[in-house]
Design a protein around this ligand. Structure first.
Ligand code: ASP
Length: 343
């Protein structure tokens, strides 16, 4: 009997050591490439490998910055550049089309040390919207610029401008055509009939969200967060989602965490998702995991779907989502890269 008790004790000690070690893993960078109806059965091994490679490349780019003593802002920008330039993701090249057949891009970045933030929305000619968002933060007196004005500003400060055709990809164009067909029956963003919308969402892989985001923690202990997106397929007339809205899809505070969301943006705006997570941590003392899950649950209850990533100043992460999958990954302080796609 004594022997059994002793063995059980040893076992419990071993399990708690393992759990403890996992909990104590310190992360310095976390990214997402969108959440949605991502099912293993719909994925080819080639596609899965391509996503994994792109996410890994982005994390390496960000991690290299941190490793060499660079700032979390530089790391976030570097990681997001890789994803914006990759047509697999709904950001930069690969952005989805609006109802009118345009690519209108949104992005935001935030400095956790100073609470400075920058964002652009509805831009159509800026190759890397995350850099334009950063320029708004660092080179203007403003937080957000939209449309033609944002493009004019970006050009003035030397951000790369491209022809709108740069963003055209066949996959996204076909996705729009499909959405338009279905739209004549029921609009994607018709919030009056959520069931129909959800059904469409699960039928058409192009309605899945593919926004990209990154949160990083540098050696100086500063957090930064950024998000970049083409928004939602078939979005109507100047619609702006949560990604460029500071406090909704993007938020960062050294005292709490950096957050980047992905999903049905309207719900992230209405729940002020990013800032609420930060507030739950700051004023209620919740851990980053609890706070992130609390907000994700609320989004789900309201009928929204998606996911988010969060990283706190101690290197703890949370990556909750209520969709079938979320392209996501994280890097530990010692450079170990983890990539996950499904639940
Ligand atoms: N949240 C984005 C939006 O609503 C979409 C996405 O995450 O892919 O604009």
């Amino acid at each position: 009997m004594k022997r059994i008790k002793f063995l059980v004790l040893i076992l419990v000690a071993m399990i708690s050591t393992v759990t403890h070690a996992q909990q104590n893993k310190k992360y310095v960078l976390v990214i997402h490439g969108g959440a949605g109806t991502i099912l293993k059965k719909n994925m080819t091994p080639e596609k899965e490998a391509a996503y994994t490679a792109a996410l890994t490349e982005a994390m390496k780019a960000g991690y290299n910055v941190i490793q060499s003593g660079g700032s979390s802002l530089d790391a976030v920008e570097a990681a997001i550049h890789v994803l914006e330039d990759c047509p697999l993701f709904n950001a930069g090249k690969g952005a989805v089309f609006t109802h009118d057949g345009r690519n209108e891009l949104d992005a935001a970045i935030m400095n956790g040390k100073t609470l400075e933030a920058g964002a652009v929305a509805g831009v159509t000619t800026i190759k890397n919207p995350i850099s334009a968002a950063r320029a708004v933060m660092e080179k203007s007196q403003h937080v957000m610029m939209v449309g033609k004005g944002a493009e004019k500003f970006a050009k003035e400060v030397g951000i790369t401008i491209v022809d709108t055709s740069y963003f055209w990809t066949k996959e996204r164009w076909d996705g729009l055509q499909k959405a338009l067909k279905e739209d004549s029956a029921k609009a994607v963003l018709d919030h009056n009939d959520k069931k129909a919308v959800n059904k469409l969402g699960s039928q058409n892989p192009d309605y899945k969200f593919g926004t990209v985001g990154c949160v990083a923690l540098d050696k100086a202990g500063n957090l930064a967060a950024g998000t970049s997106t083409g928004g939602m397929t078939n979005k109507k007339y100047g619609r702006v989602g949560d990604s460029p809205i500071i406090g909704a899809g993007t938020y960062c505070d050294n005292n709490t965490a950096g957050i980047s969301g992905t999903g049905w943006g309207e719900f992230y705006i209405r729940t002020v998702a990013g800032k609420t997570i930060s507030d739950l941590m700051e004023y209620k003392g919740l851990s980053v995991e609890k706070a992130a899950q609390t907000v994700m649950d609320k989004i789900g209850k309201l009928g929204g779907d998606g996911g988010l990533i969060a990283l706190d100043r101690n290197g703890n992460i949370a990556m909750p989502f209520n969709t079938e999958g979320m392209y996501r990954g994280a890097v530990t302080a010692d450079g170990k890269i983890e990539v996950k796609i499904y639940k």
